[in-house]
Write a protein that binds this ligand. Structure first.
Ligand code: PLP
Length: 392
């Protein structure tokens, strides 16, 4: 690559070969059918067309009135998705309650946004119960909980949201149990701290384990602790009714995230967040200015200014790619795809079981099979390395 940008325009005929020659060798081509590591990347032609349309239309949505169709399509598509997954009705915008959904860039943002909303809710409640307490002091006492198996974005959210985060031990199946959480909460209460926020993972990054949501919810709800569900990968499986038992207890959650960009054929970036009550996000995020004022208030009617639901101000027309994907595939094809992937994973797991060189690590879940080499570990410790000769 030259050190400086060209003074005069290059020609496409020079640029495209450079893409192949200089860039592609440095790219892990995740959408390739030959790529089988990590999570799938659900690229699809409808979604790519959605991205092209979005870039071509080029709207920058600052508030609802700027381009009402952008906001309204997002509201509709998020309701479609929530119904497809069988999520509780309180997450739907079309329900009478104060819930609703939004597309965010990443599940990491969803975890942080929910943490900040939880913080606002708890500070307000504690302040109401103890009017003479200082709000800044209350904030220093708040604690969040998740499991050691949760994604790093949970720890990051604690850091960014200035909240103490406890990563609790998981059981031998990689799940966070309610009793473990209850013990940690009790310990903190004895220390004078204020439990505020819990992240339960459905489909952990390492082994696709499912935290015991029902148990966790039963600990959180009576103590008014915000429960966020991170189903970044596994959420897509709930399009199939036979996997919904894996989210038993979801009605106890205050917020829920999944990533259509992982397993639902939407291009990166596309992460969906639903909340049971948008009031707390609005309390945490809303800043009003005369030049941004919307005619309708999101507090009285459901008329979201999504800038008040997320970190950024201007936003892209992300719902287009999801809308095209859902329309051009239809729910049945998306269900078939999930079922096909799960059956491929089971087939692969059977191959691994029959191969004496490998063993399955943890229980295969959905489309994820973790396996490892059967290696004589004493040899590795003795020599600091191993060769293929050491394989059984
Ligand atoms: N949560 C889980 C369970 C994940 O597996 C991942 C990524 O793999 C994330 C969150 C982070 O997702 P994002 O890249 O959208 O922030």
């Amino acid at each position: 690559m030259p050190d400086e940008a060209p003074q005069k325009p290059d020609h496409w005929s020079q640029i495209i070969p450079d893409v192949e020659r200089l860039l592609m060798p440095g790219i892990t081509h995740v959408p390739s059918p030959m790529f089988n590591a990590y999570y799938p990347a659900g690229y699809s032609y409808p979604s790519i067309v959605g991205e092209i349309l979005s870039a071509g239309i080029g709207c920058v949505v600052l508030n609802r009135e700027t381009s009402p169709a952008c906001t309204e399509l997002e509201v509709i598509v998020l309701d479609w998705l929530a119904k497809m997954f069988g999520l509780p009705r309180h997450f739907l915008a079309s329900d009478d309650g104060p819930g609703g959904g939004i597309i965010q860039q990443s599940a990491s943002e969803g975890v942080l946004v929910a943490l900040l909303a939880a913080k606002m809710r708890t500070v307000k409640r504690v302040k109401m119960e103890n009017p003479d307490w200082d709000e800044d002091i209350i904030k220093t006492k708040l604690v969040a909980y998740s499991s050691v198996e949760s994604n790093l974005c949970v720890e990051k959210a604690g850091k960014l949201g200035s909240m103490t985060l406890r990563l609790l031990p998981a059981d031998q199946d990689g799940r966070l149990r309610g009793a473990e959480l209850a013990r940690a909460i009790l310990r903190d209460k004895h220390r004078g701290l204020i439990p505020c926020y819990v992240v339960a993972t459905l489909g952990t990054t390492g082994t696709c384990a499912f935290d015991c949501l029902q148990e966790i919810g039963q600990v959180c709800q009576p103590q008014r602790i915000w429960l966020h569900v991170d189903a970044a990968y596994a959420g897509a499986a709930f399009v199939c009714p036979e996997y919904r038992h894996l989210m038993e207890g979801v009605e106890l959650a205050d917020s829920f995230t999944m990533n259509p960009h992982k397993w639902l054929l939407a291009n990166f970036d596309c992460s969906t967040l639903w909340v049971k009550d948008r009031k707390y996000i609005l309390d945490a995020f809303s800043i009003e200015r005369p030049y941004m004022k919307s005619v309708e208030s999101d507090r009285e009617n459901y008329a979201p200014d999504f800038r008040n639901w997320e970190i950024g101000l201007g936003r892209r027309f992300r719902s287009l790619k999801l809308w095209l994907t859902l329309r051009l595939y239809g729910v049945a094809a998306l269900q078939d795809r999930v079922r096909h992937h799960v059956s491929l994973a089971q087939r692969f797991a059977n191959h691994v079981r029959l191969d004496p060189r490998f063993e399955i690590y943890k229980r295969p879940q959905l489309g994820l099979v973790c396996f490892k080499l059967k290696v004589d570990e004493t040899l590795i410790f003795r020599t600091g390395r191993y060769s293929t000769n050491n394989l059984t």
